[in-house]
Design a binder for this molecule. Structure first.
Ligand code: ADP
Length: 480
């Protein structure tokens, strides 16, 4: 099996750190070998990205020309939709239809930020100094390390690549060790288009590779999506090295409040989608269900029926709704948390174990009688595991909001009600970066995506991403 190489300074090179294997989680088989970047590889990638930043071919490229590169990349990516989708499904496990959708959405991200390039302005400020003109420039951060997770490999990578390149940075891509294949493919296509040498670098590897980027004084910005635990290491490493700028999109434990007046069929459909999309391996997945006790049994019965209807299987099979979990390690983590639910006294309504002997398939799992303190109500599970809690409709809405806020996370959240006042009160009260009223979670490139509390720092998407990848320079010009 040929080893997939790193991409540094416009060349495909072997990793100094050796090789790693990529697996198909549906079969547990090795499907590719790829480079394991070490500190020396990271050094070379940083030198390449730093040189490209000073290269007039990139630094002085006309905004419209830079935009064309991103538009071309989007088109080329979509022309290769089937290749990307198959790679993603084979490596990550998700259903092929979802992988195809992810390619289309990733391409739209590239186009949206390509559109921004010719519209990034500075301002002039009405300063008091006489005979002086003051203006601002939005300049690139510099060398950006883009460290991505395994749950939506191509999509999340493009959430970062698009704004980082749109704003004139140079990048080092570090995909997750479980799912590097679509990132490698994206860089192959970018090279065909003719981004100047060294603008896009790729260093595959594991957490040590990521840490080497975080610790490197030549990296100016890290954009990271992944676990809260690693997020802390990124902040520590960045602070200890050169105070590099950091954007973090971390874990979540989204609450879903289902009010007595909810349209139950819509709530069930939306919560099924929100809790099982990508097998629950989504940081915005709905996980803790606070249901008015007058509707609790109806919700549980209908959700159970919906979960039983889901077809588990290989993502390559068009009938599949739930593919495998991504890895043996992740399967063990999900299983351990489910076991903790049982031992801490929650009632297992359905599921709870592996769904096949081969492949990392897991049964859709639902608990009732969950209390706010249980591990399954506090810790991110990142699997198809639902925890249902009843609340007394006579309780103050503020108390329910407080319970919904009672984890360290604050990424997505949702409320299901027909009452405008309830919807607004809950939307205002939830400590979360995103509140979805009567709908499943839905990232959109035009709207902010980010977390409160330990779910992150800063926002991706929309104009917020332009801010995240630029720094502002003020220029004062005295004309005597
Ligand atoms: P998950 O828990 O979802 O597997 P992680 O947070 O462990 O996600 O990993 C997300 C990304 O962060 C991956 O690309 C991984 O290699 C990288 N990573 C893991 N540990 C570190 C670290 N200490 N420093 C930088 N990156 C890391």
């Amino acid at each position: 099996m040929a080893v997939q190489k790193l991409h540094i300074n416009g060349e495909w090179v072997s990793a100094a750190g050796g090789t790693l294997s990529a697996y198909n989680p549906a079969t547990e088989e090795v499907i590719a070998e790829f480079g394991f970047g070490n500190a020396a590889d990271v050094d070379a990638a940083v030198a390449s990205a730093a040189a490209a930043l000073r290269d007039p071919a990139w630094r002085d490229m006309a905004p419209a020309a830079r935009a064309r590169l991103l538009f071309q990349l989007a088109d080329l990516m979509q022309e290769h939709t089937e290749e990307f989708a198959e790679l993603e499904t084979l490596n990550q496990g998700q259903p092929l239809a979802m992988s195809r959708g992810a390619v289309a959405s990733a391409a739209e991200h590239l186009r949206y930020f390509a559109g921004w390039i010719t519209k990034i302005h500075g301002v002039t400020s009405p300063i008091a100094f006489p005979n002086t003109h003051q203006y601002t420039r939005r300049e690139p951060m510099g060398v950006c390390a883009l460290i991505t997770p395994w749950n939506l490999p191509l999509g999340i990578l493009c959430w970062k690549v698009a704004p980082a390149l749109a704003t004139g940075n140079t990048i080092i891509i570090k995909p997750a060790e479980q799912t590097p294949l679509t990132a490698i493919k994206l860089v192959e296509l970018a090279e065909q288009i003719g981004f100047p040498r060294g603008v896009i670098n790729l260093v595959t590897g594991d957490g040590t590779t990521g840490q080497a980027l975080v610790d490197h004084p030549g990296v100016n910005k890290v954009s990271f999506t992944g676990s809260t635990e690693v997020g802390r290491k990124i902040v520590a490493g960045s602070a200890a090295s050169n105070l590099k700028r950091v954007t973090l999109e971390l874990g979540g434990k989204a609450p879903s409040i289902i009010a007595a007046d909810a349209d139950m069929d819509a709530a069930v459909a939306g919560n099924l989608a929100g809790s099982t999309f990508n097998n629950g391996q989504i940081c915005a997945a709905y996980t803790r269900f606070y249901v008015d006790k007058s509707r609790h049994d109806e919700f549980v019965d209908k959700m159970a029926a919906g979960l039983k209807n889901l077809t588990i299987g290989s993502g390559m099979d068009p009938d599949t709704n739930l593919g495998p979990l991504v890895s043996a390690e992740h399967l063990a983590n999900v299983s351990a948390l489910v076991d903790s639910g049982v031992s801490e006294g929650a009632e297992l309504v359905m599921g709870g174990g592996r769904a096949a002997e081969r492949g990392y398939f897991f049964e859709p799992t639902m608990f009732t009688g969950v209390t706010d303190e249980m591990s399954i109500a506090q810790q991110e599970i990142f699997g198809p595991v639902l925890s249902v809690m009843a609340y007394d409709g006579a309780e103050e809405l503020d108390d329910i909001i407080e319970r919904a806020n009672s984890t360290e996370y604050g990424l997505a959240s949702t409320v299901w009600t027909k009452d405008m006042a309830t919807a607004h009160r809950v939307a205002n009260g939830l400590q979360a970066g995103m509140v979805f009223v009567n709908m499943p979670p839905a990232p959109d490139m035009t709207a902010p995506w980010g977390g409160y509390k330990m779910s992150g720092w800063g926002n991706e998407m929309g104009p917020y991403a332009i801010d995240a990848y630029t720094q502002i320079k003020g220029v004062w010009m005295h004309y005597g």
